[in-house]
Design a protein around this ligand. Structure first.
Ligand SMILES: NC(=O)c1ccc[n+]([C@@H]2O[C@H](COP(=O)([O-])OP(=O)(O)OC[C@H]3O[C@@H](n4cnc5c(N)ncnc54)[C@H](O)[C@@H]3O)[C@@H](O)[C@H]2O)c1
Length: 278
């Protein structure tokens, strides 16, 4: 019997939290650049009653994403796709950030948009970082939203980026715009697609930052946020679940900032001091 399939690309904490909320009774494909990460997540989910398979997949490669789609479709129709893969500014050089976070996410939206099931739904994890860029010229917005994927990385305003934080911010802004550009196409299949822009979410990566040399700066930022604490993957999972549920059917092409008020404080509150460095 054909199953309803959920595909998670990037099997880290945020992705797992979402998959657990939408995966019951379905086949959950856990994909990650590191097969070990996908297998670890698959074991956790299997032990909690989910049916899973784990595969290696590289978000920055169209061939790899096409192979992932073939794998997923061998189980049934792809009802949900979750993109929670990404590399952060302290993890990778500019070229890798743009290739994975910006180009890879755009290819994923394009290719899954061709096969998503009628009534299906996708979610892309962007970041509050994209909300720290000033407004871009209208022609740059349009290019990020709709330029052919294979031409994206050659756009002059992207090709000239030399700073990893800028590369991350443009990538995350692009995720939001690309979701807007793709939503009308996904709608032809009766499917919705949205992005979520989280603030500081406690994951192994964030805990490393808190224990590392930038820990004091991180703690100061968290103390200055309206919520006075970091977020949890489950809180992002709850939002994603709503967007992908029957209650979210009137929501598509939209971005949701979930950051404990960090962005509001960055622009207009006590975190304005960060503008000098971010
Ligand atoms: N944790 C936070 O505070 C935070 C805040 C805002 C946005 N985000 C975003 O959330 C997403 C998930 O982050 P997380 O905190 O769960 O981190 P994580 O490191 O736990 O998960 C990311 C996963 O993506 C995988 N990955 C990296 N490159 C890949 C590639 N080319 N192809 C496939 N998989 C790849 C990694 O192996 C890892 O398992 C990322 O896009 C990140 O930018 C995280």
């Amino acid at each position: 019997m054909q199953k309803s399939v959920v595909v998670l690309v990037g099997s880290g904490s945020i992705g797992q939290a979402i998959a657990r909320r939408v995966g019951a009774g379905r086949h959950v494909v856990l994909a990650d650049l590191r097969l070990e990460a996908a297998e670890t997540a698959a074991k956790l989910l299997e032990d909690a009653g989910f049916e899973t398979s784990a595969v290696a997949a590289d978000l920055s490669s169209r061939d790899s994403l096409l192979a992932l789609i073939d794998h997923a479709r061998s189980f049934g129709l792809i009802a949900n796709v979750i993109n929670a893969a990404g590399v952060s500014p302290s993890q990778a050089p500019v070229e890798t950030i743009l290739k994975v976070d910006l180009y890879g996410t755009s290819v994923l939206l394009e290719e899954f948009g061709k096969v998503i099931a009628e009534g299906g739904s996708g979610v892309v994890i962007s970041s509050q970082s994209g909300h720290r860029l000033p407004a871009l010229p209208e022609e740059q917005n349009a290019a990020l939203a709709t330029a052919p994927t294979e031409e994206l990385l050659a756009l002059p305003f992207l090709a000239s980026i030399t700073d990893t934080l800028k590369a991350y911010q443009y990538s995350k802004r692009c995720n939001v715009l690309r979701v807007m550009g793709e939503a009308p196409k996904w709608a032809r299949r009766g499917a919705t697609v949205n992005s979520i822009s989280p603030g500081i979410i406690i994951t192994p990566l964030a805990n490393d930052e808190l224990r590392g040399p930038r820990g004091d700066g991180y703690r100061r930022m968290i103390a200055g946020m309206p919520a006075r604490r970091a977020g949890t993957p489950d809180e992002v999972g709850d939002l994603a679940e709503f967007l992908m549920s029957s209650r979210g059917r009137w929501i598509t092409g939209a971005d949701f900032l979930i950051d404990g008020g960090c962005t509001a404080s960055y622009h207009y509150g006590e975190l304005q001091y960060l503008k000098a460095t971010h």
